[in-house]
Design a protein around this ligand. Structure first.
Ligand code: HMG
Length: 420
């Protein structure tokens, strides 16, 4: 019998500070409605040099192990998907292994492909378990990033930071993946890049949106072909995409999920056989349906709208937000997920929500995680953004979180806050 493999549980770590997006708009002389309605943002996470990618990744993994009672001796693989690591050679995963004193027998590595890196790690872990090579062990996949475009740039309101740690196993209480049905699409494009040595990403913003939508179309059509073959969806009554209970998208800013959903519906409308909206304009009108967006997508965006872009973790924040709100009613239902990483790579996959999803999500205490943050002024945000990355300010880590405290010679020293 084919193994059931997927996500058993998850935990989220966020920076300790955030700004209100309307404060940022006013400080930049922009109509706040552009950031709230135009981009779909409410709040944006702000990091300081002490909250680097290692600190966020270690905090999320420690939280996962503690909240979900994971036995460390069962972990056989630790992967960190990130595009904002702190060293070109030494992986974030090795820091996490040391800080959490995880088994020396594990396989550890980082995966990088812009925002797609976390999904690359998830698929490596899933297929390792599904193949039997994991021999009953579980994997932890951490998606951790800090999105920085810089002050006064068009990308500024789409920054953020944080980490999501996923427990991957043969007991997929959150989401059993449809292993092998993934659709993938890759293209060599310069939509978003960060040359070696730069802290801030560079982006061709409007072009990057088009790249995302084109890659989504290829990945979704690839998944749909396999899902039709396996009888997961049909060309009858409703469109295949409508037969997924919910769809979680990569969310660089919340409005992007709406654009992505319109594009996915356009793929179905363009490829449908039989009578349908004939002209491209009529198809566009149907694809934009607010009812479909509200029913299939909107409920996943609660965390993204309050944290911002977290690159590799953005899709998994959408999954977390969705299951936090609707875990109970989605039990046994199939959902779709779209991962996108600039450069570029898109992967569409699906899975069935587990019966214990609501119980697992309650343990993740996501409301508590957000409630412990401090709102800061734009002046303070700008001060933090200008601090050099190798000189963390002295600040005690909150209970249960890690911070970079100093760089001694060449070594990064992290400290952990007392018991949570
Ligand atoms: P912009 O040019 O400043 O904004 O930058 P705009 O003029 O396009 O306006 C944005 C929206 O606000 C528009 O809505 C406006 O109409 C609306 P749309 O037409 O798109 O539906 N608007 C208003 N709404 C209400 N009231 C108003 C108002 N004014 C305007 N007064 C942009 C926007 C997203 C390009 C910029 O923020 C940016 O460059 N962000 C970073 C790039 C990005 O997020 N790209 C997304 C796709 S690529 C991706 O997802 C990968 C990524 O995560 C990286 C990785 O893979 O590692 C980025």
């Amino acid at each position: 019998m084919k193994k059931r493999v997927g996500i058993e549980a998850l935990a989220v770590a966020v920076p300790s500070r955030y700004v209100d997006i309307e404060d940022l708009a006013r400080a930049r002389g922009v109509d706040p409605a552009k950031f709230t309605s135009g981009l779909g943002a409410r709040e944006m996470a702000v990091t300081d040099p002490g909250e680097d990618t290692v600190a966020l990744a270690a905090t999320a993994a420690a939280r996962l192990i503690q909240q979900q009672g994971v036995d460390p001796s069962r972990i056989g693989m630790l992967v960190v998907g990130t595009e904002t690591g702190i060293d070109h050679s030494k992986p974030v995963a090795s820091h996490v292994q040391g800080l959490l004193k995880l088994p020396r027998t594990m396989r550890t590595f980082d995966t990088q492909h812009a925002c797609y890196g976390g999904t690359a790690g998830l698929m490596a872990a899933t297929e390792w378990i599904a193949s039997g090579a994991g021999a009953g062990k579980v994997a932890i996949v951490i998606c951790a990033d800090i999105a920085r475009y810089g002050l006064n740039t068009a990308g500024e309101p789409t920054q953020g930071g944080g980490a999501v740690a996923l427990l991957v196993s043969e007991q997929p209480d959150l989401l059993a993946l449809d292993v092998g049905l993934n659709g993938t699409c890759t293209m060599d494009v310069y939509d978003f890049w960060r040359p070696v040595g730069r802290r801030e990403a560079l982006v061709d913003g409007h072009y990057s949106i088009n790249c995302y939508l084109e890659a989504l179309s290829g990945a979704y059509r690839g998944w749909r072909e396999k899902a039709l073959e396996h009888g997961l969806v049909r060309w009858s009554g409703t469109m295949p995409g409508e037969q997924l209970a919910r769809i979680a998208y990569h969310v660089p800013f919340c409005k992007m999920a709406r654009k992505a959903h319109t594009q996915l519906r356009l793929c179905d409308l363009e490829d449908a056989v039989g009578p349908g909206p004939g002209t491209p304009e009529a198809r566009e009108e149907v694809a934009k349906s607010s009812a479909s967006y509200d029913a299939q997508v909107a409920t996943s965006l609660g965390l993204n709208s309050r944290i911002g872009n977290v690159y590799t973790a953005s899709l998994y924040l959408a999954l977390a937000g969705l299951l936090q709100r609707e875990g109970a009613q989605l039990a046994s239902q199939r959902i779709g997920l779209l991962s996108y990483g600039s450069g570029c790579m898109a992967e569409f996959y699906s899975g069935v929500v587990g019966e214990k999803a609501a119980e697992r999500m309650a343990r993740a205490d996501l409301e508590g995680v957000l409630a412990r943050r401090e709102r800061v002024s734009i002046e303070e945000y700008e001060r933090l953004m200008k601090l050099p990355s190798d000189a963390p300010e002295a600040k005690a880590p909150a209970p249960g979180t890690f911070r970079l405290s100093e760089i001694r010679d060449h070594k990064r020293i992290y400290v952990e806050g007392g018991a949570a």
